[in-house]
Structure formats: structure tokens, C-alpha cells
Design a protein around this ligand. Structure first.
Ligand code: 4NP
Length: 151
């Protein structure tokens, strides 16, 4: 089992967390860091759905592919299976805290905690520019997360 197992969490698991998932795999591979990565949502509306078109577009533009990902919901086991659960915004973080079962071993993080844009923009229903902004925010957060894991 990998030393690090990271679960990215947003609301629907079709816009933000699939991009964080794919980008983390992409960056970790480049950095030679062995890490297992998944993503999930706190809501159940989109279970089984692929990432939104805008998310797939920014992924391809930046050299990785998330077309095969399918949305799932956060499960109680995730709090034991993953070493880190990383929320995209403060509402997702509060939801994850609320879902955390007794004895949970995962470390809960807010991806861009303390940054100017602490909450990754939710681009659901927005235009391509919003997905580009979302990508840039996730990119910064993943760089900081990788630095933290490599310390
Ligand atoms: P995500 O975006 O949490 O980044 O996947 C959303 C996806 C779906 C909804 C809201 C946000 N929704 O209300 O269905």
C-alpha cells in the first residue's frame, strides 16, 4: 500500500475534485512520488457521471486525461482508507468534518487553506473561463500539497 493515499472532495465530483485527482496523479508521476489518488463528492446527484466538459477540457489542455473518471460519493471507509482527505472549499471541508466517523485516521485538509483564494471556484454551470480559473487555483494547491508530502 502506498505511503500516501489522497482523496479529493468537492460537492458533485464532476467539476473540481476530478481535476484535482487527475492533476495530482500527473504531477506526482513527474515528481516520482508514489501516491494513490481518488476523488469523491459529498452530494449524490451525479453518481456515475463523467467529469463536466469544462473539466475534461482543462485537463486535456494541461496534458492529462480524466475522461474515465466517474463520480462517487464520500463513504465512511474513506476516512480509514485514505491518509489525506482534501476539500476544495470551506463548505466541502465542513461537510467532510460532519461525515467523519469515530476513530477516523485520515488527515482533513482544505486545499488552499490560508491562500488569497481559499475556496476553489465552483464552475458548475459557468463558462470555460471559470474552468480555467478553477484549474489555476487547483494547480497552486496541488504544488503546495506535493511539497508538504515530500517534506
Ligand atoms: P463540483 O461542482 O462540486 O466541483 O463537482 C458541482 C457539481 C454539481 C453541482 C454543484 C457543484 N450540483 O448542484 O449538482
Amino acid at each position: 500500500m502506498n505511503q500516501y493515499r489522497v482523496l479529493f472532495v468537492c460537492l458533485g465530483n464532476i467539476c473540481r475534485s476530478p481535476v484535482a485527482d487527475g492533476l495530482m496523479r500527473h504531477r506526482a508521476a513527474d515528481a516520482g512520488l508514489a501516491v494513490e489518488v481518488e476523488s469523491a463528492g459529498t452530494g449524490d446527484w451525479h453518481i456515475g457521471d463523467p467529469p463536466q466538459h469544462g473539466s475534461q477540457m482543462v485537463a486535456v489542455k494541461n496534458g492529462f486525461d480524466i475522461a474515465n473518471l466517474r463520480a462517487r460519493k464520500v463513504e465512511a471507509e474513506d476516512f480509514f482508507d485514505f491518509t489525506h482527505i482534501v476539500a476544495m472549499d470551506s463548505a466541502n471541508f465542513a461537510d467532510v468534518e460532519r461525515l467523519q466517523p469515530e476513530g477516523s485516521t485520515a488527515e482533513l485538509l482544505l486545499l488552499n487553506k490560508g491562500e488569497e483564494d481559499e475556496n476553489v471556484l465552483d464552475p458548475y454551470g459557468m463558462d470555460d473561463d471559470a474552468f480555467e480559473t478553477m484549474f489555476d487555483q487547483i494547480d497552486g494547491g496541488i504544488a503546495r500539497l506535493l511539497a508538504r508530502l515530500r517534506r
